[in-house]
Design a binder for this molecule. Structure first.
Ligand SMILES: [Zn+2]
Length: 677
């Protein structure tokens, strides 16, 4: 909603009067046949133009290049037509997939964009709308071009884009959890095995009744009921296995929206590590790429599914005190998904502290242990100032010089990869030789000699397996190696260094783009909290940088307050009550741990959590009397004492803000005492 409003600001009546051109480009005939997906994405762009206000008759699709491998403009009629129309000022909008990528790497497109800027023509791709006359947009387009160039390489974005748009319609086939199968029309049905169905019905019934995954598992165990599991790979693929139900399996089932008949895509994200391995991590529901409800039969309803999740969460809270006030939410934090706990190595989650409804400072939490085992959370790091420090570091670090160094390291790593490749290849050759040898031995043995033949056959099989493993291993690493950066891409990255600080500092650059940029530059950030916060920043190129930040002042609710303030409060308590102390602290410019003003409650909190003597105790220790004591001493009523107190006849010492006060001893020679005698 917000985005479309923003987009509309760029579209003016003058744009809408002109044509909107959708440029469809598929370079090979093979793509035309196989890649209907990208065609669909391109036609989706037309829909966007309509929603922006272009009448359908004004939208022209150029797809005459379909099926032609075009190396230059000369043999691409369609592109030339587009160019001509734009330069004549007849076009208000040019649409295309990955326009930014093309603009960066293709001279024709770069020229087209220049002409677009002159003729005030807008650009639209899947990410948004750009005004080439606007400096920031032009910069953003270039930057996106560079990034997607790298992205294309590392993430094979186009392939994923195809899968994504298929997934958005719920058509991308994903592996089904046990309990469902695809029928011969690829429709999702309940597992035809009645026993499997019954097991799941029983499972959800018991959970409904007990409200706890652990109790459900226990029920299955006590009755010694095994739970079905479809095998997804290996020789018995598709077969059923009956296993003991485990706690983690129960949670997986309860959290899987498939059982409620929903289709999802992108519950997990992956990240490549420097050593070539991949790490997967879960994202919260509002960050899933696709969620379509009621697309196939389910064992439970969607409402039940959500209710189950709620119960699991509540149980987790019962285990420990998960702060209910700040549920994980999407926020502006730059390091989302990049923070790693320096104590245990797990990914850290981010919460936001809220001031009324505005998210303020992020808080980094390592709570894997809390969720999995019910232990205390491992680290809690207040994130105020971390984003700022990272921004500063990036602007300092992303210079042509440092990037060059990083790329050199990269090249060196690649050289090492090549050597490793040779070694691995030799390993495969050795395995091949062994396998051949085993085969020959088996062939030569007398078939009558069963015992020997069997042994040799087993040996041969063994060698074949080893060979296959070796080949798989080799292939896997070779694939990784082919992902290394090409020379041109390295140059692109160096160019990026020049524009980066400008774009980063521009307040109009959206946080989303910043987050995206940061992902191309930083591998992860390891955080350790001790007396201060230490950040180990690992850049993509392999460079490392350590930052130290002071811990921000903590509020009394975390039981630790800056000792300076505690001491001050201790001091002030001798002569002042809580409100007065709050006023004094505020006047001296101190801030509470939350960065807020002090008030009576905060000061009281500090007093109690640090076991400071209260004002009341202090006054009592110096011999001050209560109303009752004074009344008894003077032989008058409590009211009289209070009245004398108010009038100043007896000196009073307030100890709280509710008119509670203690009284000075009238003294033996006081006229009040004499009155009594
Ligand atoms: Zn941890």
């Amino acid at each position: 909603m917000k985005i479309s409003l923003l987009m509309n600001q760029k579209v003016t009546a003058s744009h809408l009067k002109r044509q909107a051109y959708c440029y469809v480009r598929q370079s090979t005939l093979k793509q035309v046949f196989e890649n209907t997906e990208s065609t669909k994405r391109q036609y989706a762009l037309r829909e966007r133009a309509i929603s922006l206000g272009w009448p359908i008759v004004q939208i022209v699709t150029i797809d005459s290049d379909l099926g032609e491998t075009a190396t230059s403009v000369a043999d691409r009629e369609g592109f030339q037509k587009l160019m001509t129309e734009v330069s004549l000022g007849r076009v208000g909008l040019v649409m295309g997939l990955e326009v930014s990528r093309l603009a960066r790497n293709n001279a024709d497109w770069a020229r087209l964009l220049e002409i677009c800027a002159i003729t005030d023509t807008l650009i639209l791709d899947e990410d948004g709308i750009y005004d080439p006359t606007d400096f920031n947009d032009r910069l953003l387009l270039n930057m996106k071009g560079t990034f997607s160039e790298v992205e294309l390489h590392v993430l094979r974005s186009r392939l994923r884009g195809g899968a994504l748009s298929k997934a958005r319609r719920g058509e991308f086939k994903t592996r089904l959890p046990t309990g469902f199968v695809y029928d011969h029309n690829d429709k999702i049905i309940m597992d035809p095995d009645k026993q499997v169905q019954q097991s799941f019905r029983l499972f959800f019934d018991i959970f409904q009744r007990t409200g706890a995954a652990f109790a459900t598992v226990k029920a299955f165990r006590e009755d010694d009921v095994k739970f079905p599991c479809r095998i997804h790979c290996g020789p018995n693929k598709g077969g059923l296995q009956w296993r003991t139900l485990t706690y983690s399996r129960a949670l997986v089932i309860l959290k899987n929206p498939r059982y409620a008949g929903a289709y999802y895509y992108g519950r997990q994200r992956s990240r490549k590590n420097v050593d070539g391995s991949t790490t997967y991590y879960w994202v919260p529901q509002d960050e899933w790429i696709v969620l379509l409800k009621d697309v196939h039969p389910g064992y439970i309803t969607w409402d039940q599914y959500e209710e189950n999740l709620r119960r699991i969460r509540e149980n987790a809270i019962a285990y420990n005190t998960i702060d209910r006030k700040t549920p994980p939410r999407e926020g502006p934090c730059l390091l989302q998904g990049l923070a790693v706990c320096g104590k245990c190595g797990q990914r850290m989650t981010i919460r936001y502290k809220y001031q009324r409804t505005r998210p303020v400072d992020p808080v980094y939490l390592c709570q894997r242990n809390r969720i999995e085992k019910g232990e205390n959370s491992c680290q809690y790091i207040p994130g105020a100032g971390i984003d700022e420090a990272i921004s500063k570091l990036l602007i300092e670090s992303v210079t042509p010089l440092t990037l060059e160094v990083a790329l050199e390291v990269q090249q060196e790593l690649e050289a090492r990869i090549n050597e490793a490749d040779k070694l691995r290849k030799q390993q495969v050759e050795r395995a091949e030789y062994d396998a051949n040898l085993a085969r020959r031995r088996f062939m030569q043995v007398d078939p009558e000699n069963r015992l020997v033949a069997d042994t040799l056959e087993a040996e041969w099989n063994e060698k074949l397996r080893a060979l296959q493993d070796g080949k798989d291993y080799y292939e896997k690493h070779r694939r990784l190696e082919s992902e290394k950066l090409k020379k041109e891409q390295q140059e692109e990255i160096l160019k990026l260094a020049r524009d980066f600080p400008k774009l980063w500092k521009n307040p109009r650059t959206p946080a989303r783009e910043k987050k995206r940029m940061i992902r191309f530059l930083i591998e992860d950030v390891t955080m350790i909290r001790k007396e201060d916060i230490t950040l180990h920043v690992r850049f993509k190129g392999g460079a490392k940088k350590t930052l130290k930040l002071p811990l921000p002042l903590k509020g009394s609710q975390y039981n630790v307050t800056d000792p300076e303030i505690v001491e001050l409060v201790d001091d002030l308590l001798s002569d002042h009550n809580y409100s007065e102390i709050a006023t004094i602290l505020n006047a001296r410019g101190y801030k509470s741990g939350m960065g807020l003003q002090f008030d009576r409650k905060v000061v009281a909190g500090i007093t109690h959590s640090n076991n400071l003597k209260t004002r009341y105790t202090r006054l009592r220790n110096t011999g001050k009397l209560t109303v009752d004591e004074v009344a008894k001493l003077l032989g008058v009523s409590n009211q009289t004492v209070r009245r004398w107190g108010k009038k100043g006849i007896i000196k009073t010492y307030p100890y709280n803000d509710r008119n509670g006060c203690l009284y000075e001893h009238p003294g033996v020679n006081s006229p009040l005492m004499k009155k009594r005698t």
